[in-house]
Design a protein around this ligand. Sequence first.
Ligand SMILES: O=P([O-])([O-])O[C@@H]1[C@@H](O)[C@H](O)[C@@H](O)[C@H](O)[C@@H]1O
Ligand SMILES: [Mg+2]
Ligand SMILES: [Mg+2]
Length: 282
Amino acid sequence: MGSVEECMDAAVRVARAAGQVVLEAVKQEKHVSTKSTPTDLVTEADRLVEELIISTLRESFPSHRFIGEESCAAGEPCVLTDSPTWIIDPIDGTCNFVHSFPMVAVSIGFAVKKELEFGVIYHCFEETLYTARKGHGAFCNGLRLQVSKEKDVSKALILTEIGAKRDPETLALFLGNMEKLLRAPAHGVRIIGSSTLALCQVAAGAADAYYQFGLHCWDMAAAAIIIREAGGVVMDTSGGPLDLMSRRIVAAASQEVAGFIVQQLKPIGYERDDCGERHAVR
Ligand SMILES: O=P([O-])([O-])O[C@@H]1[C@@H](O)[C@H](O)[C@@H](O)[C@H](O)[C@@H]1O
Ligand SMILES: [Mg+2]
Ligand SMILES: [Mg+2]
């Protein structure tokens, strides 16, 4: 199976290699198509980078299972079992990638028996590597990460993402949720176009909370353990335990700020990644 340490070393190597491919691809002409909605973009680079990551890891760990954003988009099952499972977003921030907006990441999470063991997120433009292994802390380029510990939402910088749906009901709920937090009043609300990099800012103490409806397991897996290991909290938008397949998350520097956000949010419905079974992440 390979030890967790061997798997994490392989994840770091392939994330860096994939990040270099992304950085080269951003300078080339892009062939853009759409998936679930007209704003849910995908490019040939997304597919090529995912193929590079999965083929490299599968060579070393042939018995492992893989959940990749673009493989799932192509019809592969998105089901988390007890098997050692890699949860991969080859390009997080594809819309940013298409526009050459410099917030693009490669995200690789790893779970065994449905428990997140480590996460690796590579910021392609900054060439910054965020890592965390369960019980071993969170790091950015080798420097330890620590959340801000902010407990007061009126002193908090909060990040979120819009998600793929743009119908009037979703937009009204999205803007209503944001308005509640702006009226708190939070210091600010920011949208950067990459959920994984936004979650890394919470782990780094550069933001104090993140919430979203509509992201996927591959947007959450690596970032969730990086935030936990940086001393932060991650949970479902209902306040219950994080459910990796649920398409929703609240992450924060403290239980107090997370709890306040949970109280404010009106849910926005998205179909589960696994379309049915519940997987509480421990
Ligand atoms: O598709 P992708 O660029 O990997 O990931 C993106 C997420 O990072 C973002 O949170 C979400 O709002 C976008 O709809 C998209 O899903
Ligand atoms: Mg993504
Ligand atoms: Mg992606």
